[in-house]
Write a protein that binds this ligand. Structure first.
Ligand SMILES: C[S@@+](CC[C@H](N)C(=O)[O-])C[C@H]1O[C@@H](n2cnc3c(N)ncnc32)[C@H](O)[C@@H]1O
Length: 256
């Protein structure tokens, strides 16, 4: 039976690759590399760099494919994501059918770790459930952008014995951290941190983590938020794309 490996490749630094991920890529007959348009060409380059460095067998085939852009017009957010997943599922199905022999393994290279704000696992499940192409699959973990963020700032993720929430910029308003709690924000196109009023909150922000352009800023939110907004806008304009993640909390270890 065909076997699909969903491989976490880390969040931007080729050194994030684990031995398990390297071994998985080298077991595959085909590597599927997503491309997300010109503005994010650097991300495809990082994936190519990883293959160049770690894949030793020249017979392993590399197939690049374009990821469609999510349509948002005239539909709810959930509908928009579901339609998008359906479109990607069709592409995956065709990739597997066309490029993977009946007993071969193939790998999808997934940014960071496949469990964190990534839909490769659920889309592969969808294709498998569709039943038109039969295969089994496994997931290989990777270093996430969240780990890259906490390492860059040299901080633990949680305060001692306290909870953590991970959310998106769109939903930050529902999860502004109460004292002692930590909130991590990903996929924030709207700089949601600018709307947080807590005077005690601290922010740990990072962009392009693991890459040569890495930028990190931390401090009291009200002291550094304008600097982050300015830096973010300038870097985005300079590079043509930006990926950033941040952690906010108020309080300290052992506060009750
Ligand atoms: C679709 S999610 C993918 C997350 C990925 N699966 C992970 O494990 O980190 C993309 C979001 O992850 C964050 N991200 C991923 N890589 C990053 C990096 N190198 N630097 C900063 N943020 C990053 C950003 O919040 C970005 O909007």
């Amino acid at each position: 039976m065909r076997h699909i490996l969903i491989v976490g490749i880390g969040a931007g630094n080729p050194d994030h690759m684990t031995m398990q991920a390297v071994n998985a890529l080298n077991q595959a007959a085909v590597l599927f590399v997503p491309k997300k348009g010109e503005s994010k060409a650097q991300l495809a380059d990082i994936r190519r760099d990883i293959i160049g460095r770690y894949v030793t067998d020249e017979k392993i085939r590399v197939v690049e494919f374009d990821v469609p852009v999510r349509e948002t017009r005239d539909r709810s957010y959930d509908r928009s994501v579901d339609d998008w997943h359906a479109a990607i599922a069709e592409i995956y199905e065709s990739l597997i059918e066309t490029h993977v022999g009946e007993t071969e393994k193939a790998a999808f290279l997934v940014w960071g770790d496949p469990m964190l704000y990534d839909s490769t696992i659920r889309i592969v499940e969808r294709v498998k459930g569709g039943g038109r192409v039969s295969f089994d699959f496994s997931v290989i973990p990777g270093i996430t952008s969240l780990q890259a963020l906490t390492a860059a700032h040299r901080i633990p993720l949680n305060l001692v014995g306290k909870p953590v929430e991970i959310t998106t910029g769109r939903r930050l308003a529902e999860s502004v951290p109460e004292k002692g709690r930590t909130t991590v924000i990903m996929l924030d196109g709207e700089q949601a941190f600018l709307k947080v009023e807590d005077p005690e909150a601290r922010i740990y922000w990072g962009a392009y983590l693991g890459t040569e352009q890495e930028i990190v800023i931390s401090g009291r939110l009200h002291d550094v938020r304008d600097e982050i907004a300015r830096t973010r806008a300038e870097a985005g304009a300079q590079h043509g794309w930006i990926m950033d993640i941040y952690l906010m909390r108020s309080g300290a270890d052992f506060d009750e």
